[in-house]
Design a protein. Structure first.
Lengths: 204, 807
């Protein structure tokens, strides 16, 4: 069930269904019951798939050794040390792993890293300014005490940043729709929406 | 009272780390030489392991070792219910059998796939009533129930008794537990409206977002365990015993926890942390055990399902005269809790019934591990009882709001079968505030208004949980820099209670918040014992302990000043980080000077002598390690009297579509009555979060198991559906009463759990209202149940089955 070959060509905005189809077509299977962990493996050459690739992450070019079936979430967390991106379900249900790819909120657990070679990837670690100032969404989430346990927060932050880039002045209802792919088990939705609306004020 | 910190908003110190991703959860850590563990879990619901052949796996390159139940329980597995680290006697699908460590997870997982486990398949059961049938399967090896201090037992009813209960009648079997007060018969005799019927609450998973991954390693004889817990020192204190490591040799690292909701409060809920700990000890490498969503579903806990019969009588004036409750609890595969009793307790407290009888029997099923989940029992009964009150109100010609006021608890009342007095109870004020803020009276004209297939429903609900304990310890420290250090073992669950409770100590010493450090996040920072952070208790319990520790420091500050500057301690006061004479403020010392002097003096001023005798063992270890390192205030709390309640009141307006069975929540308000408010924004978070949980309880969340094979079918977020942004209102209203409780030094009590119950009660009441008073007697009420009711089919109320496919 482990993929040792097969080249991936997957649209960065692919859906979970298309992701699965792509994986099946390549002979890979990234399941949640354990085999996905193989995505973190460091050993074995893998046939004709290029392993050492370059990724544009948070404005920097990062060279990284990536297996064919490796998800972007695994690469970010376990290869690049960007542990702000969380794994809650690892199957496209919860949104804790949301990152931006070319400004579009994307579940990092549900895209293959090899499909991201041409994308501009942003994680929660890349939002602060060079002088350490928080991004307005982060600042607003602090002011409104949006997080509770905080595990979903990086994903919520990235969805909100994606929303405000596409629509700097959303209504609360529009924000609710845009954030709908991010579950908060603590139920802090109301506080996150307060945060998004506060962020629109901070951005001006 | 004018406070410096209490009741004021502030930014808890961990919040920036949460929005930047910098704060670390257990799985975010790495350690040089770290290897990976994977679990092999039971594929069948009830079995006995006959043989494990791991020869091929262990011969693989990169595989470092294996851990089985025989390793962790060399003297045999505990013969009781409750989760185990590993087991050879699985009683649910997904229970961990063994673990393999390897250089990477790919290798570990491949090794797992090469292990051959021979199981003896045993009969399984998914519903407690099926197990009670003559010849019904028993979930455990040794019976279908576990009797405290006696062991496993078999409990069976006659086929007629089970059938009669399923048909909606009062159970006639002998209950395991009976608790009662008052004259039940007289109460029903005085009643002019009596409701009688059965109900069922589906169990459902906690589904904390952070799976319970953990990293463990040993250094210099000490175990370093990185995990997630609701509590910090209380959890560490317990997990040391589970793993078998002396308390002084355990360092528990837990800066943040990705959700708990009752299943990460105590060590018994997460014995699986023993797996990386013991594997690490065995192979002498740091071991990271990552846990998947499915594994989290299985061992991450679930709410107890309840199947019950209820009879409630109301006098002509609306007073609840009697409530008779008979509940069969689903204890799942690993034993459960006391939810059913708490349900009866809740009715007694919230509605002050003249007479209450509770009868209960708890039966195991081969389903997920059950344990305390947000308002265990109180919150299952909330959506059951609220519609009954409404129908009674309509029958008696009393407004639904007045029905609550007539039966309200208040200061001076007692509650529960033990007839415990409240420390205070401002429920009447909460009812009035909720009604006023929501515009309850004004909205009555919209009640049951129709618009095509849509109809308006209005609901009001109340929530309760006992919200406070006592008897814990507090430590505060100060060094020559004069900063106040509050050693806090509460744990970072996301309620920010660890920070809010610290404010009580800052308040006593009138310390500016920016001059306060909260020492927490890992136990080698020497933290006092606290109560587990469950049962909505943290605010009440730990403000008492930290307030006391700061009072101890304050008394010592004044003693030192009197000693050095003359006079007596009571002639001194503090302000602006100085202690000074009341008569002449120019005569004084800065706190920094006092701290330096205290360190010179030593003895009781630095924790080296005259310690409270009652300090817990854990606290004693911490104090002994801090002794002599700084100026110390230390305190052991006494035991309070009475029941400090946490109350909430909620009002909801919905628009229910009879064609689709779906409804939109048009408006929702959740109001708290939990004494003095410590942290308004934190309170708001509990109220909106509890509201979302209430929506899930009433409308969505449930276990589903395949009855043929016992396989869980709701392991994910969309199967046991957690409410999303789109299932909740675009804005949730909140409010609070903010009156002090006399048993807490700053007047505060907790609120986390009732915040769910009242919303569930109000939402279910609103659904009932929209459907002209139809009582489903169930949680959740799903769209198909509503459609079936509207269509007039017989399947509107589900059969008394908790974990099976319905219909």
């Amino acid at each position: 069930m482990l993929n040792e070959g097969g080249k991936q060509h997957v649209n960065p905005k692919l859906t979970r269904r298309r992701f699965i189809k792509g994986v099946i077509a390549s002979g890979a299977a990234a399941t949640t019951t354990g085999a996905w962990y193989s995505a973190t493996g460091q050993d074995r050459p893998s046939g004709f798939v290029e392993r050492l690739i370059r990724l544009n992450v948070n404005g920097q070019t990062r060279s990284v050794d990536v297996e064919p079936q490796e998800t972007l979430a695994s690469t970010l967390r376990y290869k690049l040390g960007l542990t702000g991106t969380k794994l809650g379900c690892n199957r496209g249900e919860c949104g804790a792993c949301t990152v931006l790819v070319d400004d579009t909120p994307t579940y990092a657990c549900s895209v293959l890293t090899h499909s991201m070679k041409s994308g501009r990837i942003e994680t929660v670690e890349g939002l602060e300014s060079a002088n350490g100032d928080l991004h307005p969404v982060q600042q607003a989430f602090v002011e409104e005490l949006s997080p509770q346990c905080g595990y979903c927060t990086p994903g919520q932050v990235m969805s909100a940043v994606g929303l405000l880039r596409a629509n700097p002045n959303p209504t609360r209802e529009e924000a609710r729709l845009a954030m709908a792919g991010n579950i908060c088990r603590c139920g802090s939705y109301d506080s996150y929406l307060d945060g998004v609306m506060r962020a629109t004020e901070l951005i001006g | 009272m004018a406070y410096m910190h209490i009741g004021k908003d502030f930014t808890p110190p961990d919040v920036p780390g949460k929005v930047t991703g910098r704060i670390k959860y257990a799985e975010d850590y790495t350690r040089e030489g770290m290897v990976y563990a994977r679990l092999l879990t039971s594929p069948i619901p009830h079995a006995r392991v006959v043989d494990i052949d791991a020869s091929e796996a262990l011969a693989m390159e990169g595989v470092l070792g294996m851990l089985t139940a025989d390793d962790v329980y060399p003297d045999g597995e505990p013969q009781s219910t409750g989760l185990k680290m590993l087991t050879n006697e699985p009683t649910l699908v997904g229970e961990p059998i063994l673990a393999v460590a390897a250089v990477d997870e790919k290798t570990a997982e491949t090794a797992i796939s090469k292990i051959s486990v021979t199981f003896e398949r045993l009969p399984f059961v998914l519903d407690p009533l099926d197990s009670l049938q003559p010849g019904g399967a028993d979930a455990y090896n040794g019976g279908n129930t576990f009797v405290f201090r006696q062991g496993f037992a078999v409990e069976k009813w006659s086929a007629d008794q089970v059938a009669s209960f399923r048909a909606g009648n009062e159970p006639t079997a002998e209950p395991q537990q009976t608790v009662a007060y008052g004259d039940l018969e007289a109460g029903f005799g005085e009643s002019s409206y009596v409701y009688e019927g059965t109900f069922t609450n589906a169990g459902y998973p906690h589904h904390s977002m952070e799976p319970r991954s953990a990293l463990a390693y040993w250094e210099d004889g000490k175990l370093y365990l990185h995990g997630g817990s609701q509590s910090l020192t209380a959890f560490a204190d317990g997990i040391a015993g589970v793993i078998g490591v002396p308390k002084e040799d355990l360092v528990f690292v837990n800066a943040a926890t990705g959700g708990g909701f009752g299943q990460r409060a105590r060590a018994g809920s997460i014995p699986v942390y023993g797996v990386p700990a013991k594997l690490s000890q065995k192979i002498n490498r740091p071991v990271m055990m990552r846990v998947t969503r499915e594994e989290e579903f299985t061992i991450g806990g679930a709410r107890q399902g309840l199947t019950g019969w209820i009879k409630v009588g109301f006098k002509p004036d609306g007073v609840m005269a009697a409530c008779d409750l008979w509940i069969v609890s689903d204890n799942g595969g690993k034993g459960g809790g006391a939810d059913a009793y708490s349900a009866a307790d809740c009715i007694s407290v919230l509605y002050q019934a003249d007479a209450v009888r509770f009868r209960g029997t708890a039966i195991g099923t081969n389903t997920a591990h059950r344990g305390a989940q947000r308002g265990p029992g109180q919150n299952q009964i909330a959506p059951i009882i609220s519609p009954i009150l409404d129908v009674a109100a309509d029958e008696l010609g009393i407004s639904r709001f007045d029905m609550r006021k007539i039966n309200t608890p208040m200061t001076g009342d007692v509650g529960g079968p033990q007839r415990t007095p409240f420390t205070s109870a401002y429920m009447p004020e909460a009812l009035e505030l909720a009604a006023e803020q929501f515009g309850w009276d004004e909205r009555q004209s919209r009640r049951r208004q129709t618009n095509g297939s849509k109809v308006i429903g209005l609901g009001i609900g109340q929530g309760y949980h006992n919200a406070g304990r006592s008897g814990m310890d507090g430590i505060v420290m100060m060094g020559p820099d004069g900063r106040l250090k509050i050693h806090n073992g509460v744990g970072n669950l996301g309620t920010y209670s660890y920070a809010s409770t610290s404010r009580a100590a800052a308040e006593v010493l009138k310390m500016p918040w920016e001059r306060v450090d909260i020492i927490t996040g890992r136990t080698d920072l020497h933290l006092p014992i606290t109560s587990p952070q469950d049962g909505s208790n943290s605010i009440f319990t730990n403000t008492r302990a930290f307030y006391g520790a700061a009072q101890d420091m304050l008394a010592k500050i004044k003693e030192i000043a009197a000693n050095d500057l003359g006079g007596t301690a009571d002639e001194y006061d503090i302000s602006n980080e100085r202690v000074h004479q009341i008569a002449d403020e120019s005569v004084g010392m800065t706190f920094a000077e006092v701290a330096s002097r205290a360190i010179q003096l030593g003895g009781k001023y630095t924790g080296s002598a005259d310690l409270p005798e009652e300090l817990a063992e854990w606290t004693q270890i911490s104090v002994s390690r801090l002794a002599g390192t700084g100026f110390m205030g230390v305190f052991h709390d006494s035991i309070h009297e009475g029941n400090p309640p946490g109350f909430t009141v909620s009002c909801i307006e919905i628009e229910l579509d009879k064609e689709t069975g779906k409804y939109e929540i048009l408006d929702l308000i959740n109001v708290a009555e939990s004494g003095t408010i410590m942290h308004p924004k934190g309170m708001e978070n509990q109220l909106v979060g509890g509201a979302v949980w209430g929506i899930g309880l009433s409308g969505y969340e449930r276990h589903l198991y395949d009855p043929q094979n016992g396989m869980p079918a709701s392991t994910g977020y969309w199967q046991s559906k957690v409410p999303t942004y789109l299932d909740t209102p675009v804005k949730i209203g909140t409010g609070w009463v903010d009156l002090p409780d006399p048993e807490n030094p700053v007047g505060a009590r907790g609120v986390g759990e009732p915040a769910q119950g009242s919303v569930s009660a109000a939402l279910t009441a609103a659904i009932t209202d929209a459907l002209d008073g139809h009582i489903f007697g169930a949680s959740p009420i799903t769209a198909d149940m509503i459609i079936n009711h509207v269509a007039g089919t017989s399947e509107d109320s589900v059969p008394l089955a908790q974990n099976n496919f319905r219909g």
